[in-house]
Design a protein around this ligand. Structure first.
Ligand SMILES: [Zn+2]
Length: 170
């Protein structure tokens, strides 16, 4: 590879990607969406809604407790506790993403041969870790790049076409 692929980390955290979570519909197993009822509300506890366009299933989330679902297998969403659609595993390790934008962000990071970290604009030191900085080592390791990109491709191919085509990687 002659040209370095550059990835600039703008410090997005997981909550920058949680506005839409693709999940497995509990009723028909199609790809359904969990989204904020008020997209402009940055609050993690903002009411969420689950909608399946395939079978019409809907459910609301207004609880006050959130359970992180990253460590369960399969990985589940933080609100309804149902499996997220975008997850693929290899050798017991799971790569997952809330939505296509999140997955494309991970893809950009994995593809990059030059990763630019960021310093705090005022303090100059390291700020809170971003989403990509928190990724497990096996995902960011260069020697795993072909495997991780294969898992990402498999996840994208599992999507209904209307979701797959959004936000193509640049
Ligand atoms: Zn459904």
């Amino acid at each position: 590879m002659n040209e370095q692929k550059r990835f600039r980390d703008r410090g997005q955290t997981l909550s920058d990607f949680d506005d839409e979570i693709l999940v497995v519909c509990p009723q028909c197993a199609a790809c359904a969406r969990v989204f904020k009822k008020d997209p402009a509300d940055p609050n993690w506890f903002t009411p969420r809604r689950l909608v399946c366009r395939n079978c019409g299933y809907t459910r609301n989330w207004v609880a006050k407790e959130i359970r992180r679902g990253w460590w369960t297998r399969p990985v589940v969403d933080d609100f309804f506790g149902i499996p997220v659609w975008l997850q693929a595993s290899s050798g017991g390790k799971v790569l997952w993403a809330y939505n296509v934008r999140h997955l494309r962000h991970i893809e950009g990071y994995v593809r990059a041969t030059l990763r630019e970290s960021r310093k705090h604009p005022i303090f100059g030191g390291w700020v809170n870790q971003s989403m990509v900085e928190r990724l497990p080592r096996w995902i960011s390791a260069a020697h795993n790049r072909p495997l991780v990109l294969k898992l990402i491709r498999r996840m994208l191919e599992s999507l209904p076409p209307e979701l797959r085509d959004t936000q193509q990687a640049k």
